[in-house]
Design a protein. Sequence first.
Length: 296
Amino acid sequence: MINSIQFSPAQAPKSCVLALHCSLGSGRQWTRLAEALDGKYRLCAPDLVRHDKHRDVFSPAATLAEEVDLLSEAFEATSGPIHLVGHSYGGAIAFKVATASLLASRIRSLTLIEPVLPTLLRDNEADRRLHDRFEAFAVSLYVDLWNGQFMEAIDKFITFWNGSGPAEQPSAEARLRMIEHAEELAFNFHAVLAEDNVATAAAAIRVPTLLMSGGLSPYLTQRIVTRLAALIAGSQVTHLPKAGHMLPQTHRSTVTAEIIRHITRADDLAEISTLRRSGPHGTGTALVVSCPIADG
């Protein structure tokens, strides 16, 4: 699953930023973030691509827990506190890391950019239709992949994630890469549709959390962000009305600045909390921070 790991040229970074990209993307998605970190943090941005390309796309089934296990190489390359960043499918994996992995205790901050967690919408009658439509969409992709119609599957995939934004097409090079890795979609969609108890896991998150969404994105992911904001105590929301699902690429400067601001603030809060705990008598008062939820 790990094709490459990119690091910023840090000498003695305070902590590590682990950034996970979207389906059919690559760690290069976070190049601007690496530049903005300017050596102050160590960046780990693995390629989430499986080595077993010829594995049956339907058996055995993939889960987010399995995806976390496959990231063990990237995890072993980190030490100390982790600022976890995830976009789309990478956001779903990041959510799993932060809520149900051995690394959860090391997470200092969490940034989720339109994480694909559709089963969160099954809990609400009004939202369930969004889940069901997404599930039907996944089935249509499975059929195309089973029949070897990779170009058709990629066209459907691109159209869906364009949401209500303009019909943008990737470059010829990017399209060829997407077709080459099209079978990954079967694993990705099955993993997010198999995830249970998302609401319970979200409500248990206790680290500073930034949620980001775009106003032109599919309503499914916008709604997921809204639901997570209501469940994660103290979470902050940044909504970009003119951005689509690929906002880390189309709005790089804004997204990067928000991530940097968030992780810097989380580090500052951690330092203040440490100072208060190590007061003159070795004890301190717990620091409780209330972060308002932005309304866009």
